[in-house]
Write a protein that binds this ligand. Structure first.
Ligand SMILES: [Zn+2]
Length: 490
């Protein structure tokens, strides 16, 4: 067997004013061949898994480009065409292939292209013809529609949010591809549009854990090979947005359609209970101020400025509010500010200066904070741990003391994944009243035992979770929560 593997993705927030260009892919993850040489992480681990699995079976594995940019604004048209044509050129040069496995994100929007993944796989299909099997793995925050489903043979989507299962889903896809190539199964896919938009974490107390368990239990039974709920990415104003239920059946379009509709309707019925609740900004700061000595810290999740939703990660609203509320025993992590990190390195540990922090990148970054600061900790090429063996690069970091609050500045736009973000860089969260991070749900399970609560805070910013307040114009309507009952099933 000859297998081609590659990866490409970013998650596009169409409300972010800053573009995503080729340089952003090169800066974040760019591995062109020799995939196994890269540090394992969420952007490449599935492709590395496929390379190892294929070679262990004696297959010839051809490695294409693996590139990812941090979530951000719309990808430039030139960057998209360059990336797409680079991958197509690699497949054309690879010679005869039996299969292609692609690790895509699924929510990449470029100038002139609302559906980059659909465009890529459609062109790939035209290039290789109907005889080559194409399998695609997507993040569950994707925009999935019939274009991609029609062009691919197999699509498998993460089931877990937080995303701890990208390598497990890569294995699912590999096994299905192996069985397809062997003639053991004949995959047929169907999609059901749930007409729903939102954030639906799978480990929040609520119905999603049971829904995921039900999907897993139904796989491999009654002709159903695979089930995936694509949650959709809610900060993108595109006509293919929204949650979709995907079913892969063995040889039967009717079985696939029935499974997609049954699970799609089941998700629709729980959508309100499954939606992550948000806390108004003022309420969250008031709760933070109620902390007592000896209590575990309260965790504030600055959802509107979280990099994982395409926001800059440099707003100062939460830091400013903590200072105004008189809260001093706190940590604010991370805040993206390469300029201020550079000044901190010039000052050195123990150095003091009046610094301008944050609020620099785009109009929605809000005002910067001009404050006296003391440098507590510096590290070049810092990282945090991810899962058991992976790492997330942070770039260079500086930990400052600002009005008594410990603030970590980074040169890379990055989310918090793991407590090592604090522990490796001199911040003891056990002694804090408040830890404020620019995150959504990634950290929820790991930090549960370490904090007294986690509040998802709707601050001002690029990825504000009050979707009905955003200037959407191109969404498919009707769609919940903009329309109360689009499927008429309530
Ligand atoms: Zn995601």
């Amino acid at each position: 067997m000859r297998l081609f593997v590659a990866g490409l993705g970013t998650e596009t927030n169409t409300f972010a004013s800053f573009p995503t260009g080729l340089a952003d892919f090169r800066a974040r993850l760019w591995v062109d061949g020799d995939v196994l040489s890269a540090t394992p992480g969420p952007g490449i681990a599935p492709v590395q898994h496929w390379v190892r699995r294929g070679r262990a079976l004696g297959w010839e594995v051809v490695e294409g480009l693996c590139a990812r940019a941090a979530p951000g604004g719309v990808t430039s048209g030139a960057a998209w065409v360059a990336l797409r044509d680079h991958l197509l050129g690699q497949v054309a040069a690879a010679g005869p292939l039996d299969a292609i496995l692609l690790y895509l994100h699924g929510a990449m929007v470029a100038e002139g292209c609302d559906d980059c993944e659909g465009d890529l796989v459609t062109r790939l299909r035209a290039l290789v013809g109907p005889g080559v099997r194409i399998g695609v793995e997507l993040d569950l925050h994707a925009h999935l529609d019939h274009v991609l489903v029609a062009a691919a043979d197999l699509v498998v989507i993460y089931k877990a949010y937080p995303h701890i299962d990208y390598s497990a889903r890569a294995e699912d896809l590999f096994v299905l591809m192996q069985r397809t190539l062997a003639g053991d199964v004949r995959p047929v896919m169907a999609l059901f549009d749930c007409r729903t938009m939102g954030l639906f974490p799978c480990t929040w107390p609520g119905p999603m854990a049971a829904f995921v368990a039900a999907m897993t239990a139904a796989e491999g039974r009654d002709g159903v090979l695979s089930l995936s709920l694509n949650h959709g990415f809610p900060w993108a104003d595109v006509p293919i947005a929204g949650a979709k239920m995907l079913a892969v059946a063995d040889g039967s379009a009717a079985v696939a359609a029935a499974a997609a509709a049954a699970f799609g309707r089941r998700f629709y019925a729980i959508r309100k209970a499954a939606l992550l609740p948000f806390t108004p900004f003022g309420e969250a700061i008031a709760e933070a101020a109620r902390g007592r000595p000896g209590e575990r810290p309260l965790m504030l999740l600055d959802t509107s400025d979280q990099v994982g939703s395409g926001a800059p990660g440099d707003t100062t609203h939460v830091l400013r509010a903590l200072i105004a509320a008189g809260i001093r025993n706190a940590a604010v992590v991370p805040l993206w500010d390469p300029l201020a990190v550079g000044v901190a390195f010039s000052l050195g540990v123990g150095g003091r200066a009046r610094l301008r922090i944050g609020g620099k990148f785009e109009p929605q970054s809000g005002p910067p904070l001009d404050v006296p600061a003391e440098v507590l900790f510096l590290r070049r090429d810092a990282f945090q741990n991810q899962l058991e063996t992976e790492r997330i690069a942070l770039g260079d970091i500086a930990v400052l003391r600002v009005e008594g609050i410990e603030v970590m500045l980074t040169t890379r736009r990055v989310n918090l994944y793991d407590p090592s973000m604090f522990a490796l860089h001199g911040i003891d969260i056990a002694t804090k009243q408040v830890i404020a991070v620019k995150n959504l749900f990634k950290q929820y399970d790991l930090f549960g035992p370490l904090v007294r609560g986690q509040l998802f805070v709707a601050t001002p910013g690029t990825s504000n979770p009050d979707w009905t307040s955003l200037p959407f114009r191109r969404l498919p309507r009707p769609i919940w929560p903009f329309d109360p009952d689009p499927l008429g099933l309530d």
